[in-house]
Design a protein around this ligand. Structure first.
Ligand code: MRU
Length: 351
């Protein structure tokens, strides 16, 4: 079975990931031959974006099982726990690992062999990636329906943050998937891709994806957002999610929360597009989410070139929480959550 997406490939030459650290300057694939390689790829951000992190974890577990080193559930559980430490905020990582563990457990408990378990997870990886592709389209259609209700068939100016497209998902994408779908219907005037300091996912990755799809866009610096909303008509903001908790509070790339506050001020709809694997209903509100803190070097330097004066320090939280009260709607494969509150989150997700 060949798995063939731009950001993750598994074919006769083995498993490899597009090294997103090098984009857009180089398109280089990195091989992964062990669970440790998968952990490293997530931790070092060779792969990134909540869904792809989850898929990479499934591939790491599959590699471990295919190596025939595991023959009991306790050892397998230990490997699962290890993989969960690769990055803390995107719950898709934990979701895909828990679901994989449960599938293998069912398989073993019905007297199937450990030898088949690796292939089982490789098949699961293929299925999950295909499923997300279908789900992304469902979410995109819900978003399109909402925008048509708000604006008719007017061409839209949309602002987005970070990277939420096929690089982050393997397949079509969440927020950027919706944008790409709207573009395929001729509904996009312009996309504004926020550069996403300090890791630059917007300028490096989103602009690269938008170029590949010939979608009209400008890159903006984060500091230009308020001016943009004041002086040009922004019809909507679309972001993805790393973790959505019970009341609808949403963790996403640092800067999302500020965007939601600006949207409230300028009366711009603020939309989140995310699959069910991004929901964590074990938490009640966003304050409980573990926010990844990253190296201060990401802020103090750029591609090895020091920017800040010697001795300066930096504070680098990688995600923030948008309060549910400022989110217009969340689109997931089970429907539109609107207004965003605990009751509707539970109703739509079916919990
Ligand atoms: O640190 P990253 O690049 O992994 O952060 C990614 C994001 O914040 C994305 O917006 C989020 O994972 C949604 S991807 C569909």
């Amino acid at each position: 079975m060949n798995i063939d997406y731009v950001s993750l490939k598994w074919n006769s030459e083995g498993l490899s990931f597009l090294d997103q650290r090098k984009l857009p300057l180089e398109e280089v694939y990195v091989k992964a031959e062990s669970i440790e390689d998968a952990w490293g790829a997530i931790h070092e951000m060779v792969v990134r974006g909540a869904p792809l992190i989850g898929f990479t974890a499934i591939s790491g577990l599959a590699l471990e099982l295919l190596s025939n080193r595991i023959n009991n559930l306790d050892d397998f559980k230990q490997k699962c726990d290890y993989l969960k430490t690769a990055r803390p905020t995107a719950v898709n990582l934990m979701f895909e690992i828990d679901e994989s563990f449960n599938e293998v457990k069912r398989h073993i408990e019905s007297n199937e062999s450990w030898e088949d378990a690796g292939l089982l997870l490789k098949t699961r990886l293929n299925n999950q990636m295909k499923k997300l592709e279908e789900d992304n389209l469902i979410m995109a259609k819900l978003a399109e329906k909402k925008l048509s209700k708000l604006y008719g068939d007017k061409k839209l100016n949309i602002l987005t943050l970070c990277n939420t497209g096929f690089l982050a998902c393997g397949t079509m994408g969440t927020a950027l998937g919706a944008i790409s779908y709207l573009n395929s219907l001729g509904r996009i005037e312009k996309v504004y891709a926020s550069e996403t300091r300090p890791y630059m996912q917007g300028i490096r990755l989103t602009s690269w994806e938008l170029q590949k799809e010939n979608i009209n866009h400008d890159i903006i610096v984060e500091g230009a957002t308020s001016h943009l909303m004041k002086t040009k008509k922004i019809d909507a903001v679309f972001i993805g999610a790393d973790r959505i908790v019970g009341n609808g509070d949403t963790a996403n790339k640092i800067g999302s929360s500020g965007l939601s506050i600006l949207c409230d001020f300028y009366n711009v709809p603020f939309f989140v597009v995310a699959p069910i694997s991004s929901f964590d209903l074990s938490l009640d509100n966003g304050n409980e989410i573990n926010i990844e803190m990253r190296s201060e070097d990401e802020i103090l330097s750029c591609r090895g070139q020091r920017l800040a004066p010697a001795g300066a320090s930096a504070y680098n939280p990688s995600f923030d929480i948008s309060d549910h009260s400022l989110i217009t709607s969340i689109f997931c494969e089970k429907g539109e959550i609107h207004p965003v509150n605990k009751e509707n989150v539970l109703r739509i997700t079916g919990e």
